[in-house]
Design a protein. Structure first.
Length: 614
């Protein structure tokens, strides 16, 4: 119930609050929608930028790995370009180490100088040309021998008989040219560093094109990282170089060296996002010749951190825009609402009868023009009231004075006639009481002012009726019923006396012995009567008014005076309407066999003093 009351007082009946709320909702939705789309497009742009940075880093890694692969292939190609060197390498790979030594010595003796083409020295010299190389292995397929270089110079010879080693089987397998070092080769040469990758190339006999061996080079994976840090801008996520079976050749995070990458199925799924420990963006770059794949994995969480500040900035800017967009128009609307409410408040004052109010608004906008027009309207209303309303009041007061002037002589005549008739009929002692009543009436009649209390007016009526009660003795009676609570109510002077006199003059029948008049005062029971209104009901049992005459009297009450008809009743009726408004006046009823009722409604307010302040 309270919520409904608050809604009715502050929302339902308040136009400006509705305007502010509708405007605030529209502005908030617009700014929120704009901020959302701005954040969506900006964050997507940042994601693309971060992924592009990662792809650039992947390109550099791929370029670096290709250079190493090309280096190994170039070493073998250089052999084929030199016939002496090609023959020397072929002899080395097709014969035992001792036979090769004898071969090289025989070549030297035959030529009288050291052989210009020595395979072992050639490969040893290549070891020192690249600092990224950790081991170089020359394998003889026919002799199952392995020459392992660790430093520049002569290699270390390892016998890899198939009956005692898996290396011949491993070397005979077809596979990618780029991979990780085989565990059996590591064990044989004592190389246990997991941060290595291998590049290999087949060596064929130049004459027969038969495969006679392989060149395998182990490179340091950490040198890829150093090269990447030197040549590229920072990037998000991890870059991996993987073999087709998931072996890790390079890992920028350093977490997966020495083991198979566990998310190969997700990488091979050809999707843009995968769940590799956490939801991540994925990029792939495959090198077909060497057989490796460069993979870029960027966790969405890390990418989101890149635009986290953007989100806070957009939220802050959006909140500030909403605050200003709502606050500034709201202040303007509140200012307009105050001015409008002031105009409404002053109009209600005028409605309540205060015609001295004036609006002070020097602005020249629409509300300022309304205020100026309001002031002009009130001034014109004052002038009109001064000309017409007050003039009418003075006219009615003049009519009242004329009524009093007409009543008093008639009243004095009747009073004197009563005293004369009483004196003629008998020399009773109640003549003194009549004279007392007459004196009291004289005092009330000559008392100044245009209004009196209801108690004083009823007392005047009682004195008047008392004279006729004494005159007609048992043939006339009266009754006045008024609660003391109503005795102090202010009413216009001479309001009831004309009604009572109207009965004495026109309704009292001297040949009857049951003439009676009663005056009752009580709370109003009329439908729609104002709170606190009282009702004065004057009843007499005299001769009833004929229906046609009753209708004529009712009509004459609301129209200007025509001749002398119903002067007293119409005067009272017009004074009531003038004092209290068109809802008030005299109500007249008459019924054969019962009598006549005259009813007056009076609001219990200070207006009883009259429009001019009494």
């Amino acid at each position: 119930m309270r919520i409904r009351k608050v809604y009715r007082n502050y929302f339902q009946n308040n136009l400006f609050v509705k305007v502010i709320l509708v405007f605030a909702v529209i502005v908030n939705l617009t700014i929120i929608a704009f901020s959302y789309f701005l954040f969506h497009f900006s964050s997507a742009s940042i994601v693309r930028s971060e992924l592009n940075d990662q792809r650039e880093a992947m390109d550099r890694v791929n370029l670096y790995m290709e250079q190493k692969y090309e280096w190994v292939q170039t070493v073998v190609q250089d052999i084929y370009r030199n016939n002496l060197l090609a023959d020397n390498v072929s002899y080395l790979l097709r014969h035992s180490y001792q036979a090769y030594i004898q071969y090289t010595l025989g070549e030297s003796n035959a030529n009288g100088r050291a052989s210009a083409a020595n395979a072992l020295e050639y490969f040893g010299s290549k070891l020192g040309t690249d600092s990224d190389i950790r081991n170089m292995i020359l394998y003889s397929a026919d002799q199952q021998l392995m020459y392992a270089y660790k430093y520049a110079g002569n290699p270390k010879l390892y016998q890899t008989n198939a009956a005692r080693s898996y290396i011949p089987d491993i070397m005979s397998l077809e596979g990618p040219n780029a991979s990780t070092p085989n565990v059996w080769i590591r064990k044989t040469i004592g190389q246990w560093d997991t941060r290595l990758y291998s590049m290999r190339s087949q060596i064929n006999d130049k004459s027969t094109l038969k495969n006679v061996g392989q060149l395998v080079v182990y490179f340091d994976s950490e040198m890829v990282r150093q090269s990447l840090l030197r040549n590229s801008s920072p990037f998000k996520g991890t870059i991996l170089v993987l073999t087709p079976d998931g072996k890790v050749m390079f890992d920028s995070s350093g977490r997966y060296y020495g083991r198979t990458y566990p998310y190969m199925d997700e990488i091979n799924a050809s999707q843009d996002t995968v769940d590799a420990e956490e939801p991540s963006y994925i990029s792939r770059l495959t090198q077909n010749a060497a057989g490796y794949t460069v993979v870029g994995i960027a966790p969405k969480r890390e990418i989101a951190e890149a635009y986290a500040r953007l989100r806070s900035t957009i939220i802050l800017v959006g909140a500030v825009c909403i605050a200003f967009a709502v606050m500034i128009p709201s202040l303007l609307i509140v200012s307009i609402a105050k001015r409008t409410n002031k105009i409404v408040r002053f109009m209600k004052k005028v409605e309540g009868g205060d015609l001295n109010v004036r609006l002070q608004d020097a602005r020249e906008d629409e509300l300022g023009q309304i205020s100026q027009s309001f002031n002009e309207m009130v001034e014109e209303l004052n002038r009109r009231i001064e000309r017409e309303y007050k003039a009418e009041i003075r006219l009615k007061q003049t009519e009242l004075a004329a009524l009093q002037a007409r009543v008093n002589p008639h009243f004095l005549y009747n009073t004197l006639e009563v005293i004369r008739m009483r004196a003629m009929s008998q020399g009773a002692g109640d003549v003194g009481e009549m004279i007392y009543s007459l004196a009291a009436l004289f005092r009330n009649s000559v008392r100044g002012g245009s209004d009196s209390s209801l108690g004083e007016e009823l007392e005047t009526c009682r004195l008047y009726l008392e004279l006729f009660r004494i005159r007609y003795k048992d043939r006339f009676s009266y009754e006045i019923d008024c609660s003391p609570a109503y005795a102090s109510v202010t009413i216009p002077k001479m309001l009831l006396q004309p009604i009572v006199e109207n009965y004495i003059v026109h309704g009292l029948e001297s040949d009857r012995d049951d003439n009676r008049i009663s005056i009752e005062v009580g709370a109003s029971s009329r439908s729609g009567a104002s709170d606190g209104a009282i009702q004065i009901r004057v009843f007499n049992n005299g001769a009833a008014i004929e229906p046609d005459r009753l209708a004529q009297i009712r009509t004459e009450l609301d129209y200007p005076e025509q001749g002398e008809s119903s002067f007293g009743l119409r005067s009272v009726h017009e004074r009531l309407k003038l004092m209290y408004g068109p809802a008030y006046g005299i109500s007249l009823e008459s019924e054969h066999g019962k009598g006549t009722w005259v009813t007056i409604e009076i609001p219990v307010t200070d207006q009883a003093a009259g429009p001019e302040g009494g």
